[in-house]
Design a protein around this ligand. Sequence first.
Ligand code: PLP
Length: 393
Amino acid sequence: MISEECYELGSKSSIIREIFSFGLKRKAEVGADKVYDFSLGNPSIPAPESVKKAILELMEQPPEEVHAYSPAPGDAGVRRTIAESLNRRFDESFTAENIFMTCGAAASLNICIKALGNPGDEFITFAPFFPEYRCWVEGIGAVLKVVPPHLPDFQIDLEALERTITPETKGVIVNSPNNPSGVVYTEEVLKALVKLLQEKSREYGAPIYLITDEPYREIVYGEVKVPYLTRYYDNTLVCYSYSKSLSLPGERIGYIVIPSRLAEYSRVSPAIAGAARVLGFVCAPSLFQQVAARCVEDTGDIEAYRSNRDLLLEGLTRLGYCCVPPQGAFYLFVKALEEDAYAFCERAKKYDLFLVPSDDFGCPGYVRIAYCVAEKTIVNAMPAFEKLMEEYR
Ligand code: PLP
C-alpha cells in the first residue's frame, strides 16, 4: 500500500498547470499569437544583466568552490551579505546566523511549517491564498484554517481572524504583495494583526508565529510600502525568494530570516535546520547562493510589470470588468461575470483566453489574470475580453 495522500497530490495537477497545458495545445493548433495565456506566474522579464555577469565571473572560479555542497544553512559569506542588506534596508540588526538559505519560497515555507508544527496544530491564512499552503500544512498532519477577505478592499478581516484563533494556533501565514489579489496589506492593518497576535499569545501562554511569504516584496508600484514585519512582531519568520525579483524561478534560491528575538530562538533555529534535513534539502544551490549575494539588491525591470498592470487594468475597467485594484505582484483579480468562476473560465477558453478560476485560492467567484506576459499579449487579448463581456450583456 503506497501513500494515498501522495498519490492524490501527484495524480492531479493544479488547475493552473492544467490550464497552462491546454493553452500550449491551443498554441500548437492555432499559433502562439492567437492564444492569450494568463495562467502562469512565470516572470516574463529577463533576469538583470548583473545575474549573467555574476554567473560568468563565478564560472572562472575553481569548480570545487562554486559547485560543492555548502554548509546546510548556506555559505557564511552569502548569509552575511544578505543580513547586511536587510539591516541597511529595514533598519534591522541581523547577522549571518539569522539567515538560512533555501531552495526558494516553497522550501522556506515548507521548512518553517515543519519546524514549528505538530500533527493537530492549526495554521491560519487569509483568502485569497497561494494554494500550495494547504498541502504543506496538511503534509505535517496540521490543519489549514482560512479567513475570508475583508471586502471590498481585500485587506485582512481582523474580526474574522480573532474568531479563528484557538489555543491550537501555531502560526499565521501572510502573503503581501498577494498572489492572486495583487493587494499589499497596509501598515495599519498589519499593526492591528500584530496586536491581536500579541494578545492571543499572552492569553494562551504560547507564541503564535507570523510567517511572511514575500516572493513579491520588490514588485510594488508607485509609493506603496511593504512593512518589514520583524520590525513589528518579535515572533516573525520571513520566507523570501529570488524567483520573482531576479526572475530566477527555475534556479530555486531564497532564504528564511530567523530573528534572534524569537521567543524560542534557541529551539526554533535548530528546528529549522532539522526540518530542512528531514525534507532532504541538504543545502540551497551553491552557485545561486553566490549569485544572490552578488545581486542582493538588484531586480529585473519592475517598470515593465507596472506598464502591463496599467494597460490591463485600464482596458478591462473600460470594458466593464470589476477588478481589485492591484498595488503589487503581477496578478489582477477580477470578478467573474457569473457565480461559477470555472464556468466563466470555460467560456473564456472559446476566445483562447486562459484565466485561472479563484476557487483553489479560497475565494470563489473571481479569476486570476497573471500579467507577467509580453505587452502585445495584453493588447491583442482586449477584443477577446470584449467578446467575452458581450456574452453576458
Ligand atoms: N508563495 C507565493 C505566494 C507564490 O506566488 C509562489 C510562487 O509563485 C511561491 C510562494 C513559491 O515561490 P518559489 O518559486 O520561490 O518557491
